[in-house]
Structure formats: C-alpha cells, structure tokens
Design a protein around this ligand. Structure first.
Ligand code: NAP
Ligand code: G4F
Length: 341
C-alpha cells in the first residue's frame, strides 16, 4: 500500500503540465513527468518546482521509452498532455504531428493496459475536433469535423481513448478543452504573442517592429489555464470515465483581443485598410502616429476554424467545474504577469 498517489504527466514542461504539476504537488501526489532530451534547456516552466518532481527522459514517438517508464513508475493517474500542439505548424509537419499526437496516445494506452490496468488516464482532447463546426455552442455530443492535421491527429487519440475504455474497461477519459491561456503560454500562440508584443511597445516607447498578425476575425473561447487543470484532475476523481467539454461559454475574435489588450494598456488604436493590408495605428505612443499592428498573410492557415464556442454545462453538472475567469480578466492577468516578468 503506497502512502502517496503517483501521477505521471506527459508534456510536463508545457503550459498545462506546469500548472497541473503545481496542483498535484499541493494535493500531496508524487509527481513524475516525461521530458525530452534537448540540446538547450526546456524546463523553464517547471524550474521553480524542479526539485519536487521526478523527471524521466522519454519521447512520445518512442514506444519503448513510454513502456519502460510506465512499468517502472506504476502510476495511479496518467495525465497525457504531451503533443505537437501548434495547429499552424501541423500543416508543415503533418506526419510528425500524427506520430506524436496519435501514436503517442496509443503507446500509453497499450502500456497502461499491460502494466497498470486499474490506473486512470486523462487524454488532452481539443476543441479543434469540432473544426468546421456543425452546431453552436459545441458540447460532448456535437459531431466532429476536424480541418487541420492537428485536429485529425487528436481525433485518432480521442477515439483510441474511448475504444480502450469500452473494449478493456480502462478508466480512460477525454477532456475536450477549449483554448486556455496564461503567462506560461508558448510565445507563438496568439494571446501571448499579442500581449508580449504590446508590452514591448510600451517598454521600448514604440521602437520595436509592429505586431505581425494573421486572421483578425477568427473567434475563440479563451479561458485561464489554472482553472482548466483543476478540471482535468476533477475528471479523474469522477465515479466513472467519460468525456467532458471545458470552456468559458464566451467567444471573442483576435481583433477584440488586440483591442481589449490595447485598451487595458492605454494604447489608442485605430484600424486602417482591409484584409491583407490592414494595419493598426497607435495615436498616443510618442509624438508621431505609430503602426503597431500589421496583418501578415504568413500567419494565415491553409484552413481555418472561424469560430469556436463551448458549452461546459456537463462539467458544471457532474464535476461542479466552472470557468470563473473570462476574456477581460484573462487579459488583465496575462498583462499583469507579463509586466512582473
Ligand atoms: P504545450 O505548452 O505546447 O506543451 C506541450 C508539451 O508536450 C511540452 O511539454 C512538450 O515538450 C511536450 N512534447 C511535445 N512533443 C513531444 C514528444 N515527441 N515527446 C514527449 N513530449 C513532447 O501545450 P499545452 O498548451 O500545455 O497543451 C497541453 C495539451 O493539451 C496538448 O496535448 C494540447 O494539444 C492540448 N490542448 C491544449 C489546449 C490549450 O488551449 N492550451 C486546448 C486543447 C487541448 P517540450 O517542452 O520539450 O517541447
Ligand atoms: O493561439 P492559436 O495558435 O490557437 P489555436 O490554433 O486555436 O490552437 C490552440 O487551441 C486549441 C484548442 O482549440 C488547442 F487544441 C491547440 O493545441 C492550441 O492550444 O490561434 C488562435 C486563433 C487562430 O484562429 C489563428 O488563426 O488566432 C488566429 N491567429 C491570428 N493571428 C493567430 C495569429 N494565431 C497565431 N498562433 N499567431 C498569429 O499571428
């Protein structure tokens, strides 16, 4: 009989993995993680808790490393967060994205079936599964229609998780999470990119290159990550494995994101032009008007989800989970934390 629950997190060095590690440590878990060997440091998001974690080298494309780690650790709960998680990049490296996101999940499920069939498994599914949305808002019963290699790779992993639940009676749950953000978000995702750049504008008095941006009209349901990792944990404490949507129930465009961030930073923004030549000019940074935003088609995607909006009522009813932090407060938190950094 072990006196501590053991959790294994794939993707522990990422945004979600770092917040989940903090949460599980607070709850008294022994927390293990899988990290990749890299020629440069890749643990900056978990450095502050590094000595409390047990880290193992492995890779989701390498079934041997996954199996060895699960056999050695024998976790009670597995949180599978590791992924090639960038949608636009998945168009450039579709095979690698599938190798990691689809087959990585399969390797974990196989190894769990073999070594720890009574463990609980959380799979990081995504609102990208809804793709060309078939109804709004999207809930657990909305038909999927992925439109990116990333979305398709996550469909495989969603169904594999469900198939292992149904075929082998494993406790295997899908969390279908809508976008969630924080100061630890990777710098190439839109919320973090916009906020960091606008703050640089202020710090360097406008003497930096403008924010180069893609589709201004795309809408997303953006929440705050620490609330979402709590939801992941709740899913594994539920009486049975299931599939759950986590979302705020609000949707906003990239244009609104830029406008709200500018407003909170006291930057007066005026839009000029249309489509590929649209720019945003700031009228109160120094003495002259300054272009601070520029649309650049290199950030357009071959296929784009125009709008995502989640319906989290099942999670509210069965898990007592709710996103309290909505769009404006999320931006406020990210700005504050970015300035503190
Ligand atoms: P993230 O910050 O990009 O983190 C991804 C993690 O996966 C990193 O730790 C990364 O390691 C690891 N990883 C990548 N390739 C790997 C490989 N081949 N082998 C082992 N580990 C690998 O992503 P996140 O925002 O925390 O998201 C966590 C999970 O939720 C992902 O599966 C993502 O697809 C999914 N998701 C995210 C959101 C969201 O809005 N954040 C919404 C829905 C679903 P390195 O640090 O070495 O790169
Ligand atoms: O921040 P994004 O790159 O996130 P995206 O594509 O929605 O994916 C994130 O959320 C998914 C859940 O729905 C996760 F599964 C996935 O792992 C990831 O965490 O882009 C958000 C929107 C898109 O419509 C994109 O076209 O912003 C638009 N956008 C406009 N300009 C941009 C940019 N996105 C990025 N990354 N960079 C831009 O310059």
């Amino acid at each position: 009989m072990r006196n501590k629950k053991i959790a294994l997190i794939t993707g522990i060095s990422g945004q979600d993995g770092s917040f989940l590690s903090e949460l599980l440590l607070k709850k008294g878990y022994e927390v293990h993680g899988i990290i990749r060997r890299s020629s440069s440091f890749n643990t900056s998001k978990i450095d502050h808790i590094f000595d409390k974690l047990e880290l193992n080298y492995g890779d989701l494309t390498d079934s041997t490393s996954i199996d060895t780690i699960i056999q050695k650790i024998k976790p009670d709960e597995i949180y599978h967060l590791g992924a090639q998680s960038h949608v636009k990049v998945s168009f450039d490296i579709p095979k690698y994205t599938s190798d990691v996101n689809s087959f990585g999940t399969l390797y974990l499920l196989e190894s769990m079936k073999k070594h720890v069939p009574n463990a609980k498994f959380y799979n990081a599914s995504s609102s990208e599964l809804f793709g060309k949305v078939q109804e709004t808002p999207q809930n657990e019963n909305t038909p999927f229609y992925p439109i990116s290699p990333y979305g398709v790779s996550k469909i495989h992993s969603y169904w594999m998780t469900k198939t292992y639940r149904q075929s082998y009676n494993l406790f295997a749950t899908n969390g279908i999470l809508f976008n969630h953000e924080s100061e630890r978000r990777g710098g190439t995702f839109v919320t973090k990119k916009v906020i960091s750049k606008l703050i640089d504008m202020i710090v360097y008095h406008g003497n930096v290159e403008p924010l180069l941006i893609g589709n201004l009209e795309a809408k997303r349901d953006w929440g705050y990550t620490p609330e979402y990792v709590e939801g992941m944990w709740k899913m594994l404490q539920h009486s049975e494995p299931d599939d759950f949507v986590l979302a705020t129930g609000e949707t906003h465009s990239v244009r609104e994101l830029i406008e709200e961030a500018c407003k909170q930073l006291n930057l007066n923004l005026e839009w000029y032009g249309k489509g590929k030549s649209e720019i945003g000019i700031c009228t109160n940074l120094g003495i002259s008007r300054k272009t601070i935003v520029k649309v650049n088609p290199i950030y357009f995607r071959p296929n784009e989800i125009n709008s995502l909006l989640g319906d989290p009522s099942k999670a509210k009813k069965l898990l007592n989970w709710e996103a309290k932090i909505k769009f404006k407060e999320l931006i406020e938190i990210m700005i504050k934390n970015e300035f503190n950094k």
